[in-house]
Design a protein around this ligand. Structure first.
Ligand code: ZN
Length: 287
C-alpha cells in the first residue's frame, strides 16, 4: 500500500528547534507533510495569529499543541498557577487551530514522595481545564508517559490509567477529553492491544505519535530513534490504532541529540524515508 505523507504530521521537536517557527512551517510543508505539532517555546512571545495563518496558508493541519505545564505543585497556590498557565496555553491552542492540547501532566512536586497526591492534583487540574477545553473546542489529550518518567515528567503512565481518568472526569464522553498514544511510552505494555481497542471504543484517541526505541538507549529522554530504527513493532501498533478507529494524523515525534546534529531538511528527508519504508497508515479520513 502506498504511503501517504499528507497523513503524517511532524512534531517540531523532531527538528531540534534549529529554525524560527515560520521557516519550520515552510520546511515541513515543502517536504510534503500534512501537519505540524508546534511547541509553546516556539509560539509564545510571537504573534500567534500570524503563526496560525502561516500554518493554514502552508496547507498544514495542527495535529497537536505541545504541551502542558506540569500540573502538580508544592502548594495549592503553585497548583493553581500551573493550571492557569495551562488555561492560557489552551487559548493559544485554539487560536492555532490545534486538534488537541497535549497534556504531559507532571510528576512529583519538588521534595515530595507522595505519588497518590500528585495524581490527585493531576485529576483536579484536568477537571479544572475541561470546561475551558469544551468552550474553546480544543480537546485535552492526556499523554501517558513511560513509567521511567513518573517522578519528574508524568504520573500518568499507561493507556489504561489515562482512560480511567477520562472516564472519571468525562463520563459522558463529550469528545473534549482523550489521550495521545505515543509508541515510545506504550510499546512495552502487556495490555497494549486491549488498551488501544478500549480507547477506540470509548472514542478517546486524539493523537498518535511515532518514533522508535533503540537498543541500547544511551539517554532516556534524548535518544529516540526515527520510525523503523529500533525494536518497536510499528506495523502492529499502527494496525491496532487504525482498527480502533483512529483516522487522525500520524505524528513523527523524535527527541534525539543524534538526529538533531543533522540540518532540518536532512531530518525531514530522513523522516520521509522512514515513512515510505514503514507500515501503512489509515488512509481513509473520516474526520
Ligand atoms: Zn508524544
Amino acid at each position: 500500500m502506498p504511503q501517504s505523507l499528507d497523513r503524517h504530521s511532524v512534531n517540531t521537536a523532531t527538528l531540534g528547534y534549529q529554525m524560527p517557527i515560520g521557516e519550520t512551517i515552510d520546511a515541513i510543508a515543502r517536504a510534503g507533510f500534512g501537519g505540524i505539532a508546534p511547541w509553546r517555546r516556539e509560539v509564545e512571545g510571537g504573534d500567534i495569529d500570524v503563526i496560525a495563518r502561516r500554518i493554514r496558508d502552508a496547507g498544514l493541519r495542527v495535529s497537536g499543541y505541545c504541551r502542558s505545564t506540569y500540573i502538580p505543585g508544592t502548594s495549592r497556590e503553585a497548583w493553581a498557577a500551573n493550571v492557569e498557565d495551562n488555561r492560557r496555553a489552551l487559548r493559544d491552542a485554539a487560536r492555532l487551530g490545534a486538534e488537541c492540547f497535549v497534556l504531559v501532566v507532571g510528576g512529583l512536586p519538588e521534595g515530595s514522595r507522595d505519588m497518590p497526591d500528585a495524581r490527585r492534583q493531576v485529576q483536579d487540574g484536568v477537571a479544572d481545564l475541561l470546561a475551558e477545553a469544551a468552550t474553546l473546542g480544543v480537546p485535552l489529550a492526556l499523554e501517558p508517559l513511560h513509567p521511567m518518567y513518573a517522578a519528574d515528567r508524568a504520573c500518568v503512565n499507561t493507556i489504561r490509567q489515562a482512560l480511567d481518568l477520562c472516564t472519571l472526569l468525562d463520563p459522558a464522553r463529550t469528545s473534549h477529553l482523550g489521550i495521545a498514544i505515543d509508541v515510545y511510552h506504550t510499546w512495552w505494555d502487556p495490555e497494549l492491544p486491549e488498551a488501544i481497542m478500549r480507547a477506540g471504543r470509548e472514542g478517546r484517541i486524539l493523537a498518535y505519535h511515532v518514533n522508535d526505541w533503540l537498543v541500547p538507549t544511551s539517554d532516556l529522554l534524548m535518544d529516540r530513534g526515527l520510525p523503523g530504527e529500533g525494536v518497536i513493532d510499528l506495523d502492529a501498533i499502527g494496525s491496532l490504532v487504525c482498527d480502533a478507529g483512529y483516522r487522525g494524523l500520524t505524528e513523527v515525534e523524535v527527541f534525539s541529540h543524534r538526529v538533531w546534529r543533522r540540518p532540518p531538511d536532512r531530518i525531514l528527508a530522513d523522516c520521509v524515508a522512514s515513512i515510505i519504508q514503514g507500515p501503512p497508515t489509515c488512509l481513509q479520513d473520516v474526520r
